[in-house]
Each structure stands twice: as C-alpha cells, then as structure tokens.
Design a protein around this ligand. Sequence first.
Ligand code: PEP
Length: 254
Amino acid sequence: MNKERKLIIAGNWKMNKTAAEALDLVNGLKRELASVKEVDIVVCPPFTALDAVSKAILDSNLRLGAQNMSENGFGAYTGEIAAGMLKEFSVRFVILGHSERRQYQKEPDALISKKALAVHAAALKPIVCVGETLAEREGGRTEQVLETQVTGSLDGLSKEQMVETVVAYEPVWAIGTGKTATTEQAQSAHAFIRGVLVRMFDDTVARRVRIQYGGSVKPSNARELMSQPDVDGALVGGASLEVRSFADIIKNSI
Ligand code: PEP
C-alpha cells in the first residue's frame, strides 16, 4: 500500500498478560513479522511485562510502548511510573489519554497535555488518544468533541514535538464492542483532526503527523481502513492479544 506517511500499528494489551504470557505472545509476533519493514510495529504490554518484553525484542523490528506515564519526574507519587523508569526498558512510545483512562481515572485534556510534554521531555513519543462517545456522535457533536480533545490534549507542544506525536482516533462506541467505524466515518474524523492540527500548528506539521484509527480493528477490516488517505495506522486492543490476529492485521495492511 502506497502511503504518504509510514503506517504505525500498535497493540494495546491493556491489563492483560502475565510476564510469561507476554513473552509467548511477543516471541510469536517476532517469528511472524520478522520480514515486515513497511510498518512501524509497537507492542504496549502492562508495566509488569516491560522488562521481559524489552529483552525479547532487542534484536527485532518490534518497538516497545507503555500504556501510561506520570506527568511528574521521580518522587513521592505512590503508584505512579516516571519517564526515567520507562527509559530503562527502552520504551519508545507512551499511550496517553486512552478513553478508559479518561473514563475511569477521570483524566482531563489538561493533564494529558502535561503528560505529553513530559513524554517529549524524556525523548519518548506519545500516542495521544481522542474520540467521541455514542451519545456525542448521535447528538451531532463529534467534531466539537474532537476539536476540544485535540486542542486540549496537545496544548503547548512545539511543532517539532507535534511531528513526533502520534494521534489515535478511537470512537469510544467502537472500542471493544465489535462495532467498527465505517471507512467513511474514520476518514472523515481523521481529516477533521488533521484540519485542527493545521490550525494549531501549520500545514507542513499536520501533513507529517500520523493518525491511527482504533476501535475493533481486525484482520478483515484492516486493509480497507488503512487504505483511507488520512488513516496512518491502527491502535489495536482485543485483536492484539493473539499472535494470529495481530500479525494478520499488519500483513493485511501492507
Ligand atoms: C483500544 O482499546 O485502544 C481498542 C481499540 O480496543 P479494541 O481494538 O478492542 O476495540
């Protein structure tokens, strides 16, 4: 597939897999995906499996991501994880503002932008998630919600930092539900987000930012979604937990 930007496909394992299970999964992915050069492949295990996975993928084309990070450096923040801890395991990417964290941990846009700045300060790359709920879509507020989340969550980033940031469009109603946005819905939301980035930064920056689609991506719908001009990859939840399905999503996207 000939794309303007290199595809980036990331697996968000959420709160799944012990370290031993994570090793099995990642060793299978290494075998299946060794020859793939066209896609940046990222796996985001839970913190407790970062050590094992990071050692296992050392000599491979898989990159490591974390699912969250503190906006603060080392210090008295019980239960939190600092950038310096992630760097010890060669983490390259950090998912921020996932809808589950927005919902359960009540993370607001202002906190997500602080975290994004902390991620960049550590020379890591954030994957910043945005997306509307079903009620917001049905109420005709999708674009308003996306504009608020994009401007709020990316507030304060420099142009150089924005180019190194990945945005994930994840309609909340499509996450883990088996309902995928149609290719038209995905393309239209992605083009809208890119337009917001043009206004916030400039056209050159916006054209370089990779925008992933997330929400029930599977081997059968990956190709069509990835063929959309503004869809530059995928953030995959459920289907990233099995070697077969995650590998096939990547192979079907090339
Ligand atoms: C996600 O949680 O980021 C996600 C897209 O999940 P799923 O693929 O299971 O819908």
